[in-house]
Design a protein. Sequence first.
Length: 347
Amino acid sequence: METIAAGAERAAPAELPGPGGAAATLSPVQRVRKSRWTALGVLLVAAAATALLITAPPRPPALDGAVSALTHMRWEFLPALVALSVLHYVCSAIALRGASGRPIPLYETTLTQFTAAAANRVTPGGLGAVAVNTRYLVCRGLPLSRAVIAVAVLQVAGVPADLLLLGAVLGLGGGNGRVLDALGHHAAQAAGLVSPVPLLIACGVLLPAAALWGRRAARSAVVGRAVAGFADLCRRPRDLAVTLAASAATTLVLGVAFALSVFAVPGTGAGPADALALVAAYLVGAAAGAAIPAPGGVGSTEAALVAALASLGIAAGPALHAVLLFRAVTFWAPVPIGLLTCRTLRR
């Protein structure tokens, strides 16, 4: 919190040489630059090694299958996927502007969202984006308390926005009930694997503890400030509408990108008529994957999205190829951009 609250000049004091030698004399800004270029070097080496592994024979059978899938991919969808990925971060920036109540520059705010995305790749629960956005708002002149409230309100506003979006997509016939039927089937199977006696004992212990923790949290100053911040946003109808609409748009854009990723894989057999069903599958799968507190939902999100596509009757192989394409373009590709745009936090 001290780093977030510090000004740009105070955040990078010069340090005296210490036992660590030359590395100890680096200022925080120099350390950020050094770590940024180190990360970029690692990414370049990994990309070169991957290209060498793919092109150099002999290749393992599994790798041969992956290379064959790449050669048969419909690459004409790639520019649209990239554009939708960029639009996702623009919508995130608009949502942050609405929550802050300040006319902060859209371009710099969009670059900050790339940096926040890079930070989210190594922190669970979106904590990296929270810290980066808070720091950015402080650098733009907002007091720390108001910046924290604005970012917290943005996180809270995303929940009803996504629920309304999911309800609208399902109400329009997204998935034709297949996604919800599959979720109900898996939930019934999971419930059948659990004995009722341990479940009742666990509920008897956990529910009172959760109720006690909830009462204490409701009385805390942090929750009080968050509620006050949300109430202040409600008194600004225009900012509230912008925040909710932009939050829903960030998710909708990714849903459309997910549908295009499925279209790009020939083996899925999906077409434009399946667009709503694929968006619904993304909304449900992304929500299920985010329930596990892993950095960026890596692993859990991919598994949930593949399962959501399987509920629509898509084979496991093409479904996995589509999910990997989607995550590569919208999740991993923005990381180098986020590392390069770290300088926006030092302005």
